[in-house]
Design a protein around this ligand. Structure first.
Ligand SMILES: [Zn+2]
Length: 508
C-alpha cells in the first residue's frame, strides 16, 4: 500500500522538486533544506524589529566595505578619552578645550560634570552623534559633517579606534572590514614614510588584538582617503583658481596611488575620495579632480597589478543639496574618469543623463555600489524603500553591498543596515545571503574569487591555480561554512518559535 501510494505521489513530488530546482537556478544557487526553512521563517521574522535584529545579528555578514574608523567611534569612547585628558566641553563653540581660566559652569562642562551628571553627559553625546536630532539647531547634514570639527584635536589614537571597529565587526559575524584611513602629512604634502609608520602601527595593533584572541574569523584591509574639499592656503581676499587647485591636488593623487601600490603588505588595498560632495570645492573642482585621477591612473601603466583599486565616494547628493547639473554625470564620470571599481553611496543615480546605460555598464563591468542606508537617511534625508534608489541598482543587476559609513556617529551598525534593507525593500532571506556573499565578492581582498562567474553555487576546483594564496577565496570559504553552521543552528530557533503560524511576530 505504502509503495503504491508513493508511486502515485511521484509525479507531484517530481513537479515540486522541479519547481524548487528552477527557483534555485533562477537565484543562481542550490538551496539547502536549512535555507528553505529560513526563507519561510524570515518572512515572519521581518514583521518584528526585535526578532529581525536578533536573527540578523547572528547571521554571517561577509564584509563591511565602507567604514570610516574616525566616524565609527562612539561618542562615549571619545568622551571617556577627554575625561582622562582633563578636557572641558565648551557649550558655546561645541568643542573640547583645555581647562579655561574662568570655568563658567553655564558655558563649560568639567570632566566631573560629564562623569556624574547624566543630562550634561547626554547633551554632549547628542552633539557628537546623530541622536535626539530634534534637539539640534542644525540639519542632519550639517550636524553630521560638523562632528569631526567637534572632535577637534583630542588625542584619540588611530590604532585604538581601529581595534574597536574590528572587535565590533567580529561580534556581528562580519568576516572582512575595509577601513578608510587618511595618510600622514608633512609640509602640506603626503608623507610616505610617516604614512607607512602610521599604518604599520595600526596594522600591528590589529594583529596583536587578533593573536591575543587566537581569532582567525576576520580579515582587515585599508583604503586610503583624500579629501575632496581640502585646499591650499588662501587668504580672505584671494580666490582659489583651477590652476592653483590642480597644482595642489595632483601630487596628492599621485602620492596616494603610489603609496597604496607599494604597500600591500601593510594591508593597503585601495584609494577613496571623501568629504561633503555638495561643498563648493567638491562641486566646482569635480571635473579637475576626475581629470587628475584619470591621468595619474593611466600614468601607472597598463598592468592591473600595478594599479590600486578605487572605491570613490560618488553621488552622495540630492536636489536639496546639489544643483541638478552637478548630478547629471557625477556617477558616470566617477566610473569613467575616476576608474572606480566601487561607488560610495550613489544616491543621485536617478538624475544621471544616461541612467540606464550607466546601470547596464556597472552591471557588465561588475562595479558595485556601497549602500549606506542609515547614513543616507540621517545626512540626506533619503528615508524608506520608496525614496532610496537601492531597487534601481538591485533590479538592474548592479552588485549592491550594504555598508555602515560611520556607525558610531550614525548610532547604527551593519546588523541594522541589513535589518533596514530587509524592511525598506521587502527582501528575502536569500536576498540577505546574496548581499552577504556580494560584499566579499566585490571586496578588494587579494586573489581570485572562490566562485566561477559570480555564481555562488559554483565553486572553482580546489586545485585551480587561480585560488593559490587567494585571501578572497579563503574568506569566501569561511563564509560558506559559517552559513552552514548558522542554518543548522537556526533550525532549533525555527522549532522554538514555529514558523507556520502567519503574522506570529506582528505585534501591531
Ligand atoms: Zn563615506
Amino acid at each position: 500500500m505504502r509503495g503504491s501510494s508513493n508511486i502515485k505521489r511521484l509525479p507531484a513530488l517530481m513537479l515540486t522538486m522541479l519547481v524548487f530546482c528552477l527557483l534555485s537556478a533562477c537565484a543562481g544557487r542550490n538551496r539547502t533544506d536549512g535555507e528553505r526553512n529560513l526563507n519561510v521563517f524570515f518572512e515572519q521574522v521581518k514583521q518584528n524589529e526585535a526578532m529581525l535584529v536578533a536573527f540578523l545579528h547572528k547571521m554571517p555578514k561577509g564584509a563591511d566595505l565602507h567604514s570610516h574608523p574616525s566616524g565609527a567611534v562612539y561618542g562615549e569612547d571619545f568622551v571617556d578619552r577627554t575625561i582622562e585628558q582633563g578636557l572641558y566641553f565648551d557649550l558655546r563653540t561645541k568643542r573640547f578645550v583645555p581647562k579655561p581660566v574662568r570655568a563658567d559652569p553655564d558655558r563649560y562642562y568639567s570632566p566631573a560634570d560629564l562623569q556624574l551628571k547624566f543630562n550634561k553627559y547626554g547633551q554632549v553625546l547628542d552633539i557628537l552623534a546623530m541622536r535626539d536630532m530634534d534637539k539640534q539647531p542644525e540639519s542632519g547634514h550639517d550636524h553630521f559633517f560638523m562632528t569631526w570639527e567637534r572632535y577637534g584635536k583630542v588625542d584619540f589614537p588611530d590604532a585604538e579606534q581601529v581595534v574597536k571597529v574590528v572587535h565590533r565587526a567580529r561580534m556581528q559575524k562580519i568576516g572582512y572590514v575595509e577601513l578608510m584611513l587618511a595618510p600622514a602629512w608633512k609640509d602640506g604634502k603626503i608623507d610616505p614614510q610617516g604614512s607607512k609608520t602610521r599604518f604599520a602601527e595600526i596594522n600591528g595593533a590589529v594583529r596583536r588584538y587578533l593573536a591575543a584572541r587566537q581569532a582567525d574569523d576576520i580579515e582587515v584591509g585599508y583604503t586610503l582617503s583624500l579629501s575632496r574639499t581640502a585646499t591650499p592656503p588662501v587668504t580672505p581676499d584671494q580666490r582659489l583658481d583651477e590652476a592653483a587647485y590642480e597644482a595642489y591636488f595632483r601630487p596628492q593623487v599621485r602620492g596616494i596611488l603610489e603609496l597604496v601600490r607599494d604597500n600591500a603588505d601593510l594591508g593597503l588595498r585601495g584609494v577613496t575620495i571623501l568629504a561633503p560632495e555638495d561643498a563648493w570645492v567638491a562641486r566646482v573642482m569635480f571635473d579637475t579632480q576626475m581629470k587628475i585621477f584619470n591621468e595619474e591612473w593611466r600614468r601607472l601603466g597598463d598592468d592591473p597589478k600595478a594599479r590600486p583599486r578605487l572605491n570613490l565616494h560618488g553621488g552622495e547628493l540630492t536636489l536639496e543639496y546639489s544643483p541638478y547639473e552637478s548630478m547629471l554625470t557625477r556617477i558616470s564620470d566617477t566610473v569613467r574618469l575616476g576608474h572606480a571599481s566601487r561607488i560610495g553611496h550613489g544616491v543621485s543615480i536617478m538624475w544621471e543623463d544616461d541612467v540606464f546605460g550607466l546601470l547596464k555598464s556597472m552591471k557588465e563591468q561588475g562595479i558595485a555600489v556601497e549602500i549606506c542606508l542609515t547614513s543616507n537617511a540621517g545626512i540626506l534625508n533619503v528615508v524608506g524603500g520608496k525614496r532610496h534608489p537601492f531597487r534601481l541598482y538591485w533590479e538592474a543587476g548592479v552588485p549592491v553591498v550594504l555598508c555602515t559609513d560611520d556607525e558610531g556617529i550614525s548610532r547604527s551598525n551593519l546588523t541594522m543596515e541589513y535589518a533596514r534593507a530587509a524592511n525598506w525593500f521587502n527582501l528575502s532571506y536569500a536576498d540577505m545571503k546574496k548581499l552577504s556573499f556580494d560584499s566579499l565578492e566585490y571586496s578588494f581582498l587579494s586573489g581570485a574569487s572562490l566562485f566561477a562567474g559570480g555564481n555562488y553555487s559554483r565553486q572553482r576546483a580546489q586545485d585551480d591555480p587561480a585560488l593559490a594564496g587567494s585571501a578572497k577565496a579563503r574568506a569566501q570559504a569561511r563564509l560558506l561554512r559559517e552559513f552552514e553552521d548558522f542554518e543548522t543552528t537556526m533550525q532549533n530557533t525555527v522549532k522554538l518559535f514555529g514558523a507556520t503560524e502567519r503574522n506570529k511576530f506582528n505585534m501591531r
